[in-house]
Design a binder for this molecule. Structure first.
Ligand code: ZN
Length: 498
């Protein structure tokens, strides 16, 4: 007797949700580890997390579940969302099965070792201490690419993990057009009088910054009944469902910029998570579309909104209520120019919107060369420094401000960086569309306009979960696929370039 598709699909959903329960429970423990866990709790916490991830992996690849997904894959009577969920789960199972349990364990052990040696290398400011771990990881990643299979470049197999719409071919074309265009823009902006940024580097007491940050996240629409903000070493966003989204920030008493824009950035991620369809909990349709789209939301709020003149025309007077002394001489124009200063620098996370992409591009080039074995790991630091000189015109003086600055490689995350640039480009394209639909965004940005923008993003992007591929989503929202001309246009307008 054949079981009805409805009942099979129900079994599938139930199982997916149970796996999600484990993953989100692990996320609670991870969040706690980064915020409130006392130091001595680390040992037991590592165990608890390992057990939960291992169990989640076992459940997600259980033979009975696999059979269920393969069975549903054959059924022709599922609706479009159900079909898409099954197709995504099927794809993931096929990929997972290509990696043996032994390989997964070997990789996870290598990552733990690499993370420790990255910490040690940073402490000693010496890439050589990270070199052998990185070699091992690069070897494993190249092997992973071979096991997973790919067309064209082996790096394609790794990008797929983070952004299914992208490939070496598409990224080469994208960066090939974007980098020279950006260089022209950077040169033009650098011709303009140098903005004053001194007002950002004054004493801004921690408690006042915290209050300002809480005010800001509420203004941007973060629902504090479905989330909270805390402090951590590195700002991040995590969620346990659409109804419980956590953001963290950090405060530097001598720099207002650090906290303000990382706060807006994380809220951008969090608004997306709070807007995901809660009734699709645990299913692909309840997840974010891709990492590029996730980053598009954070970059849209951080940069298109949070670094615009109209935003600060409204919010600078509010900010001055928190810091009347520090900002008494500053008007919105001066503020706007200061927070948008363009200057080639060494550190990606502190880079302006324009030079930011050079940082990403350099990592992309190096990752490709590593995975295709063109670049020996022992030459990474030298290659890094060479690319920084060629693309940013800056001299890297040591490894900490050079190739040891990002955590990604020590996590084994190769193929992740390009989503940062893609996210900024999608952000500019979505922002352009939002301005077409809501012209008021061009002249005023108070909480009424911001609520309108959020409502639009909710309908156009958030509520759709992962029902569409990144490019299809972009086409549905803006009428065309990703085009960097929107980003270039956005920059021209911001810096009043002809
Ligand atoms: Zn982000």
């Amino acid at each position: 007797m054949m079981i009805a598709s409805d009942s099979l699909y129900q079994q599938y959903s139930d199982h997916m949700r149970r796996v999600a329960d484990l993953r989100y429970a692990a996320a609670v423990l991870q969040w706690d580890q980064e915020t409130y866990m006392p130091q001595k709790g680390a040992g037991a916490r590592a165990r608890q997390l390992a057990t939960l991830s291992e169990t989640a992996h076992e459940w997600a690849t259980a033979a009975a579940f696999e059979k269920l997904v393969y069975e549903l894959q054959q059924r022709g009577d599922l609706n479009a969302v159900q079909q898409r969920n099954i197709a995504l789960s099927y794809d993931e199972l096929v990929r997972r099965k290509k990696l043996s349990a032994a390989f997964v364990r070997r990789s996870s052990e290598a990552v733990s070792r690499a993370f420790q040696s990255w910490i040690a290398a940073r402490k000693a400011n010496d890439f050589k201490l990270f070199q052998s771990s990185l070699s091992e990881l690069v070897g494993l990643k190249a092997e992973e690419a071979d096991l997973l299979g790919y067309e064209g470049h082996p790096y394609n197999a790794l990008i797929y993990e983070y952004e299914r719409s992208a490939s070496v071919k598409s990224l080469d074309a994208l960066f090939g057009a974007l980098m020279p265009a950006l260089q022209q823009l950077i040169d033009a902006v650098r011709q303009q009088p140098e903005p004053d940024t001194s007002f950002l580097q004054q004493n801004y007491p921690k408690e006042q910054q915290w209050k300002w940050g809480m005010y800001l996240v509420k203004e941007l629409g973060f629902d504090l009944e479905a989330g909270r903000q805390d402090l951590s070493e590195h700002p991040f966003t995590t969620n346990f469902s659409a109804k419980d989204v956590r953001i963290t920030t950090r405060i530097d008493e001598n720099d207002l910029a650090n906290m303000t824009w990382s706060c807006i950035h994380e809220v951008g991620h969090a608004l997306y998570e709070q807007g995901l369809p809660n009734e699709e909990y645990g299913l692909p349709s309840g997840e974010y579309a891709s990492l590029s789209i996730h980053e598009s939301q954070s970059r849209l709020w951080e940069n298109c909104v949070g670094r615009s003149l109209v935003f600060w025309q409204h919010y600078l007077p509010e900010l001055k209520r928190f810091f009347p002394e520090q900002l008494k001489e500053v008007d919105p124009e001066r503020f706007f120019r200061g927070i948008n200063k363009v200057e080639p620098s060494l550190i990606r996370t502190e880079a302006d919107e324009l030079t930011y992409h050079s940082h990403v591009y350099i990592r992309y080039v190096i990752e490709k060369e590593l995975i295709s074995r063109e670049l020996p790991v022992k030459e990474v630091a030298a290659r890094w420094n060479e690319l920084y000189r060629d693309h940013l015109g800056v001299t890297v003086k040591d490894d900490v401000t050079g190739c040891l600055q990002d955590v990604h490689w020590s996590h084994g995350s190769f193929g992740y960086f390009p989503t940062y640039s893609l996210g900024s480009l999608y952000a500019a394209q979505f922002w352009h569309q939002a301005q077409q639909v809501m012209p008021a965004l061009n002249s005023q940005l108070n909480n009424v306009q911001l609520a309108g923008l959020l409502k639009w993003l909710r309908t156009e992007i958030h509520a759709k979960g992962r029902t569409l591929e990144t490019e299809a989503l972009c086409r549905e929202v803006t009428g065309e696929g990703l085009d960097s001309r929107f980003f270039v246009g956005y920059i021209r307008q911001k810096f009043m370039l002809p």
